[in-house]
Design a protein around this ligand. Structure first.
Ligand SMILES: NC(=O)c1ccc[n+]([C@@H]2O[C@H](COP(=O)([O-])OP(=O)(O)OC[C@H]3O[C@@H](n4cnc5c(N)ncnc54)[C@H](OP(=O)(O)O)[C@@H]3O)[C@@H](O)[C@H]2O)c1
Length: 241
């Protein structure tokens, strides 16, 4: 399959976990993918019918992000597909929340996402697609995840506004909203939290990163050509039933 054949894609936070699965899937489907991470070795590999170009960038550093997009613009000339995945989630109830927790979470989940999208749309041709990785936490009040949920509600809100603003350029903006997904983020939670969460999922298990990547591919490709401003949950039914 080559659903992104010839496309230039960027995945912010594209190494490991959900972002790594998205970057690999986009490349396997024919895209040339620039995938950022603080942890990656820079380099390029062929995957499926596409290419995966790893770039070492700290997504929370707006200067580094701007330099990254300048480099992509110089090398590839455009960004057809953008996925913004980088995000953190830390447990803190209202009593425990402090300024550092608030700033850290909003800086990466909201501020970096906003300015990455702004930089990408400046070099995105008409017909491009944007997939923002949100969370079902945007709509449910999970104890201890108030700030995280608020960041993801901001992501959901941005998608509505940007879908409207970019519609004249036929650029579509959508959110993929995972429920609990088996990645490093979820591995950091205690066994008790993981078990409690799993009991709340009608399909009886956590999601896999590749299942979120499938939904992201759908939203990034022509298969979703009349869908914009939407949120696609990938949560085993957790927030849907
Ligand atoms: N796993 C879940 O259950 C779940 C559920 C709903 C939504 N999500 C969302 O899915 C996305 C990916 O999460 P994941 O589960 O794949 O977790 P993960 O494996 O921990 O990946 C976290 C991502 O965020 C980036 N990141 C973390 N801290 C950063 C920082 N301080 N500065 C810059 N980048 C930073 C990482 O980039 P580096 O490579 O540079 O470290 C990586 O791309 C997040 O937006 C998360 O909110 C996850």
């Amino acid at each position: 399959m080559s659903r992104l054949s010839g496309k230039i894609a960027v995945v912010i936070g594209g190494h490991g976990g959900i972002g790594g699965a998205i970057a690999e899937r986009f490349a396997a489907e024919g895209a040339t993918v620039y995938a950022t991470s603080r942890r990656t070795e820079e380099g390029e590999v062929g995957l499926g019918t596409g290419r995966l170009r790893a770039r070492r960038v700290d997504a929370s550093d707006l200067t580094a992000l701007a330099a990254f997009f300048e480099a992509v613009s110089r090398e590839a000339g455009r960004v057809d597909v953008l996925a913004v995945n980088a995000g953190i989630s830390e447990f803190a109830t209202l009593d425990d929340i402090d300024e550092d927790h608030f700033d850290r979470t909003f800086n990466i989940n909201v501020r970096a996402l906003l300015f990455a999208t702004k930089a990408a749309t400046a070099i995105m041709p008409d017909g491009g697609t944007i997939v923002l990785v949100g969370s079902i936490a945007d709509a449910i009040g999970t104890r201890g995840y108030g700030v995280y949920g608020a960041t993801k509600a901001a992501v959901r809100s941005f998608a509505r506004t940007w879908a409207n603003e970019l519609a004249p350029r036929n650029i579509r903006v959508n959110v993929v909203a995972p429920g609990p997904t088996d990645t490093a983020m979820m591995a950091a939670a205690s066994d008790e939290v993981r078990e409690t969460l799993t009991k709340l999922i009608p399909l009886g298990r956590m999601g896999r990163a590749d299942e979120v990547a499938s939904a992201a591919l759908f939203l990034a490709s022509d298969q979703s050509s009349f869908i914009t401003g939407a949120e696609l949950p990938v949560d085993g039914g957790m927030a849907q039933v």
